[in-house]
Design a protein around this ligand. Structure first.
Ligand code: PGA
Length: 256
C-alpha cells in the first residue's frame, strides 16, 4: 500500500520568519490523525531550512522536511551551490530534483538530474524527481515519449530497491503556475505509463512501490479527483502551498 505524499514546494517565496509562521499554522490546522494516512513534506528555500528544522524537531512534528534542489558532489568549487551533505546534516528527508523550472531556467540536464538522484540517495534522503512535457510536446502527441525518456535517464543506474523507495513527480509544464490542470484522466494515463516503465525496467515490485505525484495547479478543489486515480500517490503543490489553510485542506482531502 503506497502512502500518499503531499509536498509543498515554496519555490523562492517566504523568508525564514514567514516559513516558521506557516509551519506553525499547518500544525494547528491539520488534525493529528491525518498523518496516519498521508505523508506531508514542506520544501522551503535553503535559507529557511534550519529554522523550519528547529520547529519540526522541537515540537516533534509529523511533517517531513524537504529541499528544492542540491548539487551532486559533496564538496568543491561550486560557488552558490548546496551540498547534499549539508541537507542530510539538517535531517532533510526529501529533495526535489529536476524541477522544470531548474531544467528550463538553469539548464539542468537529464545527466545532472541522474547525478542528483544518486547523490540524494547516497546521503539517505529521498529524491522527488520531476518529469513533464511542454505544451508544444503535448500538442505534438509526444507527452509519453518525453516523460518516459526523462524517467529512464534520471533513474538509469539506480537499483530496483532504490527506485522502489523514491518519488517521481509528473508535472506537465503547461500546468505549473498557470491555473490549468491536466484532467484527472490525462494525469492518470501518464502516471500509469510511468509506473509501467518502472515495472518493465526495474521489476514489478519497484513498479508497485514507487510513489508518483501529480503537480501543476493542484488546489483543494481538484485534490479529491486527482487522488482518486489509482496511479497518483500524492501531489507536488506550488502556489497553493503558500497559504496554510489551503494547503491544509489539500492534505485533508488527500487523507480521504
Ligand atoms: P503550482 O506549482 O502548484 O504553482 O502549479 C507546482 C510545482 O511547480 O511544483
Amino acid at each position: 500500500m503506497r502512502r500518499p505524499l503531499i509536498s509543498g514546494n515554496w519555490k523562492m517565496n517566504l523568508n525564514h520568519y514567514e516559513a516558521i509562521t506557516i509551519v506553525q499554522k499547518l500544525v494547528y490546522t491539520i488534525p493529528n490523525e491525518t498523518y496516519e494516512t498521508v505523508d506531508v513534506s514542506v520544501h522551503p528555500p535553503f535559507t529557511d531550512i534550519r529554522s523550519v528544522q528547529t520547529v519540526i524537531e522541537a515540537d516533534s512534528l509529523d511533517i517531513f522536511l524537504g529541499a528544492q534542489h542540491c548539487h551532486w558532489d559533496d564538496h568543491g568549487a561550486y560557488t552558490g551551490e548546496i551540498s547534499p551533505v549539508f541537507l542530510a546534516k539538517l535531517d532533510v528527508d526529501y529533495v526535489v530534483c529536476g524541477h522544470s523550472e531548474r531544467r528550463e531556467l538553469f539548464g539542468e540536464t537529464d545527466e545532472m538530474v541522474a547525478a542528483k538522484v544518486e547523490a540524494i540517495l547516497r546521503h539517505e534522503m529521498l529524491p522527488i524527481m520531476c518529469v513533464g512535457e511542454t505544451l508544444d510536446e503535448r500538442e505534438a502527441g509526444v507527452t509519453e515519449d518525453k516523460v518516459l525518456a526523462q524517467v529512464r535517464a534520471g533513474l538509469a543506474d539506480r537499483s530496483a530497491e532504490q527506485v522502489a523507495s523514491l518519488v517521481i513527480a509528473y508535472e506537465p509544464i503547461w500546468a505549473i503556475g498557470t491555473g490549468r490542470t491536466a484532467t484527472a484522466d490525462d494525469a492518470q494515463a501518464v502516471c500509469a505509463a510511468i509506473r509501467s516503465v518502472v515495472s518493465t525496467d526495474w521489476g514489478s515490485d519497484a513498479g508497485a512501490a514507487v510513489r508518483i505525484q501529480y503537480g501543476g495547479s493542484v488546489k483543494s478543489g481538484n485534490t479529491t479527483e486527482l487522488m482518486a486515480m489509482p496511479d497518483i500517490d500524492g501531489a507536488l503543490v506550488g502556489g497553493a502551498s503558500l497559504d496554510a489553510d489551503e494547503f491544509a485542506r489539500i492534505v485533508q482531502f488527500a487523507a480521504g
